[in-house]
Design a protein around this ligand. Structure first.
Ligand code: GDD
Ligand code: MN
Length: 381
C-alpha cells in the first residue's frame, strides 16, 4: 500500500480518556515486506489519538531484512527483539508481554490482517470495563476475506466451538487482542501453538470479554505459518486449559469425548469390514472390540494419564470389566425407564441408559482401574 493511502485511512472516532498508553506486541517471522506499512499505519494511529505507544516486534531471527526495516523507520518508540531461543509464535508473544512497559498490552499480527486503526476502539472497550478485548472476525459486523478457503473457515469454526466451554467469545482464536498488563501479574503462561489469547482468558481469569468487529484481511505478502502441526498442538493446549479451568470435571469430559470417538471408530471399522465381505455378525463383534481397545488406549494416554506407569494388562482387564458393568447398568436403566414412562420414545430411555452407564463406567475406571496412587506401600521397592 502506498503512503498516502495509509495516511488517508480513516481512524476510528473514539476519544480515549484514561487508557492511552499501550505496548503493541507484534510477533514476526519473515515479515520484512509488511513491516514498513505496519509501522506507518501504527504511527498514524499513534499521532491521531495522541497515544503513548511503544511497539515491540518479536522476531524469530528472520534474517530477511526485518531489522534493517525497523532501523530505517528510525522511531524511538519501535523496538525489534531478535529471538534465537525458544522459537515459536506463543513464546514470542509471551516474551513480548513480559517486556512490555505500558499499562495496556495489545497483540497483533504483522501481516496487516489486523487493522491498526482499530486499536483506539480496543482501548476504549478496556476503559469501559472490559477485562479482555478481541478484534473479532465473528462478532456481528466483523468479517473475513471472501477468498478464505472453505476448509480454513471450517477449521477455524471447529476450533472455536471446542473452546466454547472455556469462553463465550465468538472469536477466541484471534491474534488481535488487548488487556491491562497488571492482569498478567503472578500468572505463568504456557501456551503452545497459536492460541495465546485463549490461554490469557483462562489463566488470567478474564471474565468480561468484549469484541470489536474487524474486517480480517488475508495477508497479501509472505506466507501463513498455520500448519497441521499447529492444529494438533491446539488440541493439546485445549486439554491443558480444560484441566486448569475444570479440574476433576475435565476428566469426565475427556472420558465422554473418548467414548464418542469410540462410536466413530466402531462405525468406521464396521463399514470397512462389511465392505470387505466379512459377515455382519463377525463385523459387529470386531468393531466393538476395536473401539474398546482404542477407547482404552486413549483413556490411558489422556483421561487418566496419571496412571500411565501402572500395569497395562491389569488395567485392560479392569477396563473391560468396568465397561461390561456399565453395559449391564445401561440395559437395566433403559428397560426401567421404558417401563416407568411407556409414553416416552424409546430413544429417551436409551439415552438415560447411556448416561447411567457412562457415569458408572467413568467412576469405576477413575476410582478403581486407573486410581491415583497417593503413596507407595513400604515394601514396594
Ligand atoms: N516470532 C514468531 N515466531 N512469529 C511468528 C511465528 C513464529 O514462529 N509464526 C508466525 N508468526 C507471526 C507472523 O509473522 C505473523 O505476524 C503472525 O505471527 C501470524 O502468523 P500468520 O502466519 O499470518 O498466521 P495466520 O494468518 O495463519 O493466523 C492468524 O489467524 C489465526 C486465526 O485464524 C493469526 O492471527 C493467529 O493468531 C490466529 O489464530
Ligand atoms: Mn496471517
Amino acid at each position: 500500500m502506498s503512503e498516502s493511502a495509509a495516511a488517508s485511512r480513516p481512524s476510528s472516532g473514539v476519544t480515549l480518556q484514561r487508557l492511552a498508553t499501550v505496548s503493541v506486541v507484534v510477533p514476526t517471522y519473515k515479515e520484512a515486506a509488511n513491516i514498513p506499512t505496519l509501522l506507518e499505519r501504527l504511527a498514524a494511529v499513534r499521532e491521531t489519538h495522541g497515544l503513548d505507544m511503544e511497539v515491540l516486534i518479536m522476531d524469530d531471527n528472520s534474517r530477511d531484512g526485518s531489522v534493517e526495516e525497523v532501523q530505517k523507520f528510525g522511531a524511538p518508540w519501535v523496538k525489534i527483539v531478535v529471538r534465537t531461543e525458544n522459537r515459536g509464535l506463543s513464546p514470542a508473544v509471551t516474551q513480548g508481554l513480559y517486556e512490555a512497559t505500558k499499562e495496556v498490552v495489545l497483540v497483533m499480527d504483522a501481516d496487516l490482517s489486523h487493522p491498526p486503526e482499530k486499536i483506539p476502539e480496543l482501548l476504549h472497550e478496556l476503559e469501559g470495563g472490559a477485562d479482555f478485548v478481541i478484534g473479532s472476525r465473528y462478532t456481528p459486523g466483523g468479517s473475513t476475506n471472501d477468498d478464505w478457503g472453505f476448509l480454513r473457515w471450517l477449521n477455524s469454526r471447529i476450533a472455536t466451538l471446542l473452546a466454547r466451554p472455556l469462553t463465550s467469545a465468538h472469536d477466541p482464536m484471534a491474534g488481535f487482542f488487548a488487556m491491562r498488563r497488571a492482569r498478567l501479574e503472578g500468572v505463568t503462561l504456557n501456551a503452545i501453538g497459536y492460541k495465546i489469547g485463549l490461554e490469557l482468558i483462562v489463566k488470567c481469569n478474564l471474565v468480561r470479554v468484549s469484541e470489536v468487529p474487524i474486517h480480517f484481511l488475508d495477508r497479501v505478502r509472505g506466507e501463513s505459518k498455520l500448519t497441521l502441526g499447529e492444529q494438533l498442538r491446539y488440541l493439546q493446549h485445549l486439554r491443558r486449559l480444560y484441566i486448569h479451568k475444570f479440574g476433576g470435571w475435565s476428566e469426565l469430559v475427556q472420558f465422554a469425548v473418548v467414548g464418542s470417538s469410540g462410536i466413530i471408530v466402531n462405525l468406521v471399522v464396521l463399514r470397512a469390514l462389511v465392505e470387505l465381505g466379512v459377515s455382519s455378525n463377525i463385523a459387529v463383534a470386531v468393531a466393538i472390540g476395536v473401539s474398546m481397545i482404542s477407547n482404552f488406549f486413549l483413556n490411558r494416554r489422556f483421561t487418566f494419564s496419571h496412571a500411565r506407569g501402572e500395569s497395562i494388562v491389569m488395567q485392560f482387564l479392569g477396563f473391560t470389566a468396568a465397561c461390561a458393568l456399565g453395559a449391564v447398568l445401561n440395559y437395566v436403566v433403559t428397560l426401567w425407564v421404558k417401563r416407568a414412562a411407556p409414553s416416552l420414545p424409546l430413544e429417551v430411555a436409551a439415552l438415560a441408559g447411556v448416561a447411567a452407564g457412562l457415569i458408572l463406567n467413568f467412576l469405576t475406571n477413575r476410582y478403581l482401574v486407573f486410581k491415583r496412587k497417593h503413596y507407595r506401600s513400604q515394601g514396594a521397592a
